[in-house]
Design a protein around this ligand. Structure first.
Ligand SMILES: [Zn+2]
Length: 184
């Protein structure tokens, strides 16, 4: 879908009309593509489908350079820690061992900037979607009230782990522990 020619101009977005109909109004979408640098990520490619008629827009951001795979670990000790800002790359998996909770990378198509609290809230929403017939309702409710208590400021400690094969994720904290994984 996108070119990898190194000589391509990084400044000027290229734009062309596609045969893809706008999901909102049916007009043919325009495709806009460019490379740029943003904070957190180094070089990225931005692809946008854009409808000139109804202004529908859908964007994808892809990282260009691969870094070494790494694992970021932060102990969350209090409410302030919940407000720690993080950047999660599109391939980062999140784990909270104390809650036996995981968020797989497939759920975000592009990177996101959020907070620990934002991740916990997402986790709660995700647990709400579980089919009650497929899980042990009692343990599901236990995990949910546990997460809710943490969001409400119970002060309970837990470990926040972000496992990122792209190595691009960041946690804005001086206490973050970064484990580099050897490539195999
Ligand atoms: Zn449209």
């Amino acid at each position: 879908m996108y070119m990898t020619d190194e000589n391509m101009d990084e400044e000027i977005p290229s734009e062309f009309q596609t045969e893809t109909p706008c999901p909102s109004c049916g007009e043919k979408l325009y495709f806009i593509f460019y490379r740029t640098k943003v904070s957190y990520e180094e070089a990225v490619e931005i692809e946008t489908f854009f409808c000139k008629k109804c202004l529908y827009k859908s964007s994808q951001i892809r990282p260009l350079e691969k870094e070494t795979p790494k694992k970021l670990v932060l102990e969350i000790r209090n409410y302030d820690d919940l407000r720690t800002i993080l950047y999660r790359s599109p391939e980062a998996k999140i784990e909270i061992p104390e809650l036996e909770a995981e968020i797989e990378p497939g759920e975000i198509s592009s990177g996101e900037i959020t907070t620990i609290e934002g991740i916990l809230t997402r986790l709660l929403e995700k647990l709400d979607l579980f089919d009650e017939e497929d899980v042990d309702l009692e343990s599901l409710n236990r995990v949910k009230s546990h997460i809710q208590a943490i969001i409400n400021g119970s002060g309970e400690h837990f470990t926040f782990v972000m496992d990122d094969p792209l190595g691009k994720s960041r946690i804005n904290s001086s206490r973050v522990i970064i484990l580099h994984k050897s490539e195999d």
